[in-house]
Design a binder for this molecule. Structure first.
Ligand code: ADP
Ligand code: MG
Length: 564
């Protein structure tokens, strides 16, 4: 007896499905990439589990995904013999979105289909993209090692059903009941073309049924009938194991989408095979857009880890420091044991040295990217604030990271962060030996601060910092290229290389205004340390200056906000 249960989708899934069906019409064919990508992931997961329990293969160890069509029924089936899903898996994975911050993300959608489809690409739709082309989706699945199979079914409108079913083989069949207008996906040639465009590099074969030929006569000879067979339509060699010269940019980009679950092209990548003391291959990508949950504390990140070409885990975050958490890609090590666990990675010599090497690699990649100003600006606008965490986190690479930082500056009339410290130093005035900056609540507050008056008068450039992270950054980055970074709101600026006349004038003014200064001092009392005449200002009458070793006013505000 089939016991069917009806479940409601999580609110966000229901919203997502509506969006998928209404706004993702520009590039519909990518649904196949997503479903094949999931099948490949399912194969990876089974291989991993079978490392410690080979029985899971149950005599069927040739992992593959198969596409088949039923023209009469109007269905396309994507069938794998990977890990499969239990009933709980089905309900959790095909009924909810397990990413934190999802609800918030959806609250930002505008209802404007074109705009939202941009956003949704950044979010990644995965399995749900099946509903771009299908008005009903049936999933039949049996988890490795389980006897009971389960069916999931939905028309994508708020609800899905589950039922216990019989299924001969392990793995998952995704049956798409194609929309009236999407019958093109029943065509073999069309399917083959899509597979080779998006899924050539997937590590398992994507197979399609090749009909046999009937017996026929040719030039008086009888050519015997051939039997039909499953034929692979992709290359099915893991992309990173191939040599660079055999891989096209398009293939790198498609592989990026598979490993990152991103829908957009990457900004750049670096593919390296290292031999010698350590043997590994790394393929690292810089995305063009930050994922929606990038600034979420529990955002999942990290590289895909393979050991000797066997998938081990996703989101291995031990191979790169936090401030480089935006990097996607994989590492395939020959030195780690196949049974390596997250705990084991934590405290492991191999991991440590890989981390050092990969960090260097990424910083090198960024240094190269910085030579292309447009691309680097794109990078910076998305990930700059993460990189600013670098000097505090990674002492060893401080100088390299500092070189990659970009700021707004009085040199430009724009809040865009485009000025690097190297560039600043090149523009320094004769005799200037410090890098000046101001931290304020906003770009405008920084730009219009009275603290800048003297520097402006002297034609000295000042970096204008106004991001929340900036105070943290400058408290850890006090020097670059042998030059001190100095806040213009603190202590002595080292700019009063006054001439004798100017010095005499300042002393005279101090003398003449002694009663006024004393009055200020007594009125303000303990609120200030000292009231004095200074050359710091040209237009404003007065300003507050923090002592060189005091907290900046910005830091004081931050501490207050934290209740201290
Ligand atoms: P993602 O691949 O980014 O995790 P998807 O929406 O593509 O997101 O898939 C959601 C989840 O559903 C997967 O993480 C996986 O747990 C499960 N899943 C989807 N397709 C399959 C499949 N063919 N075999 C096993 N599990 C699957
Ligand atoms: Mg997926």
């Amino acid at each position: 007896s089939v016991q069917q249960e009806t479940h409601g989708f999580q609110t966000e899934v229901a919203q997502l499905l509506k969006l998928v069906t209404h706004s993702l019409y520009s590039n519909k064919e990518i649904f196949l990439r997503e479903l094949v990508s999931n099948a490949a992931d399912a194969a990876d997961k089974l291989r991993y589990k079978a490392l410690s329990n080979a029985d899971l293969y149950q005599g069927d160890g040739e992992l593959r995904v198969r596409l088949s069509v039923d023209k009469d029924a109007g269905t396309l089936t994507i069938s794998d013999n990977g890990i499969g899903m239990t009933k709980d898996d089905v309900i959790n994975h095909l009924g909810t979105i397990a990413k934190s911050g999802t609800a918030e993300f959806f609250s930002h959608l505008s209802g404007d289909a074109a705009k939202d489809s941009q956003l949704i690409g950044q979010f990644g739709v995965g399995f749900y993209s099946a509903f771009i082309v299908a008005d009903k989706v049936t999933v039949n699945t049996r988890a490795a090692g389980e006897a009971q199979a389960v069916q999931w079914e939905s028309n994508g409108e708020g609800q899905f059903t589950t039922a216990e079913i019989e299924k001969a083989g392990r793995g998952t069949d995704i049956i798409l009941h194609l929309n009236e207008d999407e019958q093109e996906y029943l065509d073999d040639y069309r399917l083959k073309a899509i597979v080779s465009k998006y899924s050539d590099h997937i590590s398992i074969p994507v197979e399609m049924w090749q009909e046999g030929e009937a017996e026929r006569e040719q030039e008086g000879e009888t050519i015997p009938a051939t039997e039909g067979k499953w034929e692979s339509v992709n290359k099915a060699t893991a992309l990173w194991t191939q040599s660079k010269s055999d891989i096209s940019d398009e293939q790198y980009q498609e592989f990026y989408k598979h490993v990152s679950h991103d829908w957009e092209d990457a900004l750049s990548w670096s593919h390296n095979k290292v031999e010698g003391k350590q043997e590994y291959t790394s393929l690292l990508y810089i995305p063009a857009k930050a994922p929606f949950d990038m600034w979420n504390r529990d955002n999942k990140h990290g590289l895909k880890l393979y050991v000797q070409r066997v998938f081990i885990m996703d989101e291995a975050e031990q191979f790169l420091p936090q401030y480089l958490r935006f990097v996607k890609g994989l590492i395939d090590s020959n030195d780690l044991p196949l049974n390596v666990s997250r705990e084991l990675l934590q405290d492991n010599k191999v991991t440590q040295s890989l981390r050092t090497a990969l960090t260097k690699r990424v910083l090198g990649m960024l240094d190269k990217l910085a030579k292309d100003e447009d691309k680097y600006n794109t990078f910076w606008s998305q990930f700059g604030n993460a990189l600013k965490e670098g000097p505090a986190e990674d002492m060893a690479n401080k100088e390299k990271i500092a070189k990659l930082l970009r700021f707004a500056s009085t040199h430009n009339d724009s809040s865009a962060e485009t000025v690097g410290l190297t560039q600043y130093i090149e523009r320094m005035k004769e005799g200037q030996d410090k890098i000046y900056y101001i931290v304020a609540d906003s770009y405008n507050a920084a730009k219009n601060s009275p603290h800048l008056e003297l520097l402006k008068k002297k034609g000295i450039e000042t970096l204008l910092l106004s991001e929340r992270i900036d105070e943290w950054l400058v408290s850890h980055l006090t020097e670059f290229d042998g030059k001190q970074l100095v806040s213009v709101t603190k202590g002595d600026l080292g700019l009063d290389d006054l001439s004798d006349e100017e010095k005499a004038e300042q002393d005279k003014q101090a003398e003449e205004n002694k009663p006024l200064l004393e009055r200020f001092q007594t009125t303000l009392g303990a609120k200030v340390k000292e009231v004095k005449i200074s050359q710091r200002l040209t237009d404003s009458p007065a300003c507050i200056v923090a002592g060189e070793h005091d907290m900046s006013s910005q830091m004081v505000k931050m501490m207050e906000a934290m209740g201290q």
